[in-house]
Design a binder for this molecule. Structure first.
Ligand SMILES: Nc1ncnc2c1ncn2[C@@H]1O[C@H](COP(=O)(O)OP(=O)(O)OP(=O)(O)O)[C@@H](O)[C@H]1O
Length: 400
């Protein structure tokens, strides 16, 4: 368990899940400014089909670390990433190591028995490849992705497949076959953060684990903002995009992906000009100016922190008016000196929990500043969280 605490020391089991509201992904407005490099990149590769994806090596024989070696081995001797294209059948990509037949066989033609989730992009399956490797396969909804977008998907996922960080879900590949579009990503076995805040497995996530998860997420986003070139803006940070490992390590999913998700409401295919994200997590400045920056992720991260502390979804319509927007309710309580009342009722009111609550809320509200210039960087958030986590552990140890 890496010494990580999972559940409340109160040992209580979860009360019944409160009435919940799934956060809807928004694809609502065109942005005049958000044309991005990938549109031109997509045009550039139009008509080309990409054959560059490498599945992980068998977990059973080599483990996932070796799969990283496989992807890296496609880099040139100068260290630059080589892109592998081929002109071919316009309806199909061939991959020497992943094949459609293998995916179809492994899922018994996408049988519901292999289904593990459903999202805006499509249906998610858990798949065991012939070599024993377990991966998550995301099958795009049919009819929502035009040809150009298909090419854009492939190029974008190819780029994202180069990004590796312990706290990011790995992209392994993307297959296009007739009208099928299939994304292959790292399988993360322990559900989403939202599932655990809802106690879907009947147990309560304790404060130490919540702080660990918040820190993992902060590190992952810092990496995207500072250590990828060009920087990657996640655009859809939310609790259902945080997946957990068996040891309750967090892995951030779908980075750089929201822009490519289908515009299901209008059917438009030029999604690089769409405002995208999820209701309740969206940066208000992005909504009004259409200008997307890394600070939009910082805002969403602030919403996520409040969600982690309160256990509430960002928007809970079943509550009385003044409590429906969780951040507004929490900010008011904090300002009135009553932050303790926003702590997830499933958590113990201990001195260590109360202190962590105060400190994390304070930082969350900085992330939620209306103007991006007043928000901290993700690097700063990581540093602050690291300190809060350290102090929390020390306080716990001294009070034992
Ligand atoms: N890599 C993965 N490993 C394990 N389970 C996954 C993985 N990716 C997705 N899932 C499961 O599938 C569900 C749907 O995931 P998906 O990313 O398609 O949608 P979402 O993020 O929940 O919603 P939206 O697409 O609207 O943002 C997740 O909630 C999770 O339970």
């Amino acid at each position: 368990m890496n010494g990580r605490r999972r559940y409340s020391s109160s040992g209580g089991s979860c009360p019944a899940t409160p009435s919940s509201y799934s956060s809807k992904t928004l694809t609502d407005r065109s942005s005049p400014t958000d044309t991005g490099k990938s549109s031109s990149f997509a045009r550039w590769i139009s008509g080309l089909f990409i054959n560059c994806f490498t599945p992980p090596d068998s977990v059973s024989s080599k483990g996932f670390d070796d799969s990283e070696h496989d992807i890296r081995s496609r880099r040139s001797s100068t260290g630059s990433v080589q892109r592998h294209y081929h002109n071919g059948n316009a309806n199909e990509t061939e991959n020497p190591r992943f094949t459609f037949d293998e995916i179809y066989d492994a899922t018994k033609n996408f049988s519901p028995s292999f289904r593990i989730g459903q999202g805006g992009f499509g249906t998610v399956y858990k798949v065991k490849l012939r070599d024993g490797t377990i991966v998550a396969v995301k099958r795009a909804k049919k009819g929502t992705h035009g040809d150009t977008q298909g090419a854009e998907f492939v190029s974008e996922i190819q780029t994202l497949a180069q990004v590796t960080h312990l706290s990011l879900v790995r992209y392994y590949g993307f297959l296009v076959h007739n009208d099928e579009k299939i994304l292959i990503v790292e399988y993360v076995p322990n559900g989403t953060l939202r599932d655990h805040l809802d106690c879907k497995d009947g147990k309560i996530l304790d404060m130490a684990t919540r702080l660990d998860i918040a820190t993992d997420v902060a590190h992952a986003i810092t990496y995207l903002h500072m250590y990828t070139q060009p920087p990657i803006i996640h655009r859809d940070i939310k609790a259902s995009n945080i997946l957990l490992t068996e040891n309750f390590r967090a892995k951030v999913a779908d980075f750089g992906f929201a822009r490519l998700a289908p515009d299901s409401e209008s059917g438009a295919t030029h999604v690089s000009t769409q405002v995208k994200g999820t209701a309740g997590y969206l940066d208000p400045e992005y909504l009004t100016t259409y200008q997307l920056t890394v600070k939009s992720d910082v805002y969403s991260f602030g919403v996520l922190l409040v969600e982690i502390l309160t256990g509430r979804r960002p928007i809970e319509l079943s509550r009385e008016q003044k409590e429906r927007v969780t951040i507004r309710w929490a900010i008011k309580k904090f300002t009135n000196g009553d932050s303790i009342s926003v702590l997830d009722p499933k958590l113990e009111r201990s001195p260590a929990n109360n202190l962590a609550l105060e400190k994390v809320l304070e930082m969350a509200f900085q992330c939620l500043a209306p103007h991006r210039g007043s928000r901290p960087s993700m690097k700063k958030c990581s540093e602050i969280l690291w300190g809060i986590r350290k102090d929390y552990r020390e306080l716990l140890n001294t009070s034992l």
